[in-house]
Design a binder for this molecule. Structure first.
Ligand SMILES: Nc1nc2c(ncn2[C@@H]2O[C@H](COP(=O)(O)OP(=O)(O)OP(=O)(O)O)[C@@H](O)[C@H]2O)c(=O)[nH]1
Ligand SMILES: [Mg+2]
Length: 240
């Protein structure tokens, strides 16, 4: 069983090497795919060095500029499919998502799930050191998406996920409209609509310790728009 871990990066020079080292030390056959958007802080150069030092285990996708999180995931998915990875994990570079949870996520796939979310909002999960506004935003976005789209997962906005490759192959990735953070909700919606089995394992989500946040007010409005657009299609449009 081969596992590809996709890490989208934009200015993560403080985090990338330490994260990659922890991932490669996991007791699993892990390959890492870094999707870097020409980070001004040189994260892409660090990724290249790590790829040279670990032949065959690290792949780097370089894009010309900051093109958004959604299309970064899609570029990573195409690469993971090309590598014939059995499982495809996505995670943030900033240590909010603990690498130590990946074996539990893979195990849950073994129990018959097609997508497993590293979840803050199931018993045993938590978000630590997050500010109150950030907690309210996350909680509100989840509640809204769950109600409007009928999503069953409790952490619908989580970027820490483990997909079976077949799930990704079943979805027309290049048709996904939203970029940025709302991509995660759209993707989960499509996975659920296809009838794939979605599970969650609890994780302790740690707020970013190093580097700076990339979430903007604009992204929040766009996420709101994405949920409304999908909800409208769900009520009125053709099943898809
Ligand atoms: N390639 C690429 N990666 C991105 C882009 N935007 C964000 N990222 C990465 O996506 C992951 C999540 O971004 P974060 O800035 O941590 O967003 P967040 O977790 O919502 O916010 P904070 O943790 O508060 O900073 C990180 O690994 C970022 O480096 C982008 O446009 N392109
Ligand atoms: Mg983060």
């Amino acid at each position: 069983m081969q596992i590809a871990v996709i890490i989208p990066t934009y200015n993560e020079k403080e985090n990338l090497e330490r994260l990659v080292t922890q991932l490669l030390a996991l007791p699993l056959p892990v390959a890492v795919i870094v999707v870097d958007d020409n980070s001004p802080d040189g994260t892409g150069i660090i990724a290249e060095r790590l790829a040279d030092e670990n032949p065959g285990r690290i792949h780097v996708v370089h894009r010309a500029g900051k093109l958004g999180l959604g299309t970064a995931y899609i570029a990573g998915f195409h690469q993971a499919i090309a590598l014939h990875s059995d499982l495809v994990v996505t995670m943030d570079a900033d240590f909010s998502h603990p690498p130590s949870a990946i074996p539990r996520m893979a195990e849950k796939i073994g129990d018959g799930y097609d997508l497993v979310i590293g979840s803050r909002y199931v018993p045993g999960g938590q978000a630590v050191e997050c500010t109150l506004p950030r907690k309210i935003l996350s909680w509100g976005a989840n509640a809204f998406a769950r109600i409007m789209l009928g999503l069953k997962a409790h952490d619908a906005t989580a970027g820490f996920r483990c997909y079976r490759r077949e799930v990704l192959e079943s979805i027309d990735l290049d048709q996904i409209f939203s970029n940025g953070y709302s991509f995660l909700m759209e993707m989960l919606y499509k996975v659920q609509r296809k009838g794939w089995k979605v599970g969650e394992v609890p994780i302790v989500f740690l707020n970013r310790q190093q580097g700076t946040s990339k979430i903007s007010r604009n992204e929040i409005y766009r996420a709101l728009y994405t949920v409304l657009r999908l909800a409208k299609r769900r009520l009125l449009g053709p099943a898809e």
